[in-house]
Write a new protein. Sequence first.
Length: 74
Amino acid sequence: MDKVVITLEPSEVQELQQILLDEDKAAALVYLRDCIGQKVAVYTEARHCKPTFEWGAAEPSLLKEFKRKAEKDE
């Protein structure tokens, strides 16, 4: 697995510092799951994204919806 680099917003850094100061194990687990874990999941899922033509499939419905909205706005 490759290295993963994530960024934390100032509020997330503050929350992490508070957890470390309090030595709050329960809050640390929640923070790891909800903040760090979510960011890592987004990174790892994004690496597997491929353009539609590489899948040999039809356009995803979400992409079709975005295109329709863009056409309406023009």
